[in-house]
Design a protein around this ligand. Sequence first.
Ligand SMILES: C[S@@+](CC[C@H](N)C(=O)[O-])C[C@H]1O[C@@H](n2cnc3c(N)ncnc32)[C@H](O)[C@@H]1O
Length: 264
Amino acid sequence: MHPARQDHPARLGLAARLRAAGSVFAEDEADLLLDAGDGDAVRLRSLVQRRLGGEPLEYVLGWAAFDGHRIRVTPGVFVPRARTGVVVAQAAALLHRYDRVVDLCCGAGAIAVALLERVGALDLVASDVDPDAVDVAAENIGDRGIVVAGDLFAALPARFRGTVDVIAVNAPYVPTDAVATMPTEARDHEHRVALDGGPDGLDLHRRIAAGAGEWLRPGGSLVIEVSELQADASAAAFAAHDFATRIERDDAVDGTCVVASLPA
Ligand SMILES: C[S@@+](CC[C@H](N)C(=O)[O-])C[C@H]1O[C@@H](n2cnc3c(N)ncnc32)[C@H](O)[C@@H]1O
């Protein structure tokens, strides 16, 4: 931040309004909104009104921070969460440059971007069923991969069948009844298809466990985010399809994932 801005009345006033509206990190939000306003008072007023109206900060700014990068997000598309860093770290540890990778249920493509940044060039496909997610993922990934629309594996190019080194996934895993208890910023602003994982939250995990073997190469792995409570059940779904499984936890990002590998 510019030193002159620290105690600037506009910043302090904006932070006070944001705090009164419930913002926990009001000064940080004020700085981000002032930056986004870029000296244009009309633009700043519109951004502040949206934020005070309860819209998630990331939609107002147009980006979310993830794994050290700015990921463009648009209203309705799932906002990448820090905890998904556990998927990135586990997938990156299994990858080499030019490997074949799928970011399944890619949302804005945050996992794909983070893997490209960590590993380097990859033969990458990202896919999602939500056209809004596909549009913004295509922007984020650019010419570093291809982005396709469709239901799980049905969207993947045939040339990927049986050849994928790693499938990285953050699919919806919130049990249907629990969606109503999520924070309003998620429940009221993110598309339901990004959240609802069915009665026990693991409908998508079971479908992915049933379908992944056809797309991975022998010895290939799938890394999938899950909650700590659901991790054993998710791992069991993969074990039922002949995957060797382990559960990985990263307390630093408060994230959990299952790593499921095919025999070589
Ligand atoms: C929890 S969000 C995660 C998005 C992204 N992977 C991330 O971590 O930021 C789940 C995503 O799965 C997508 N999705 C839900 N059902 C799907 C399906 N049957 N096939 C493909 N994508 C699906 C949603 O549209 C949403 O973008």
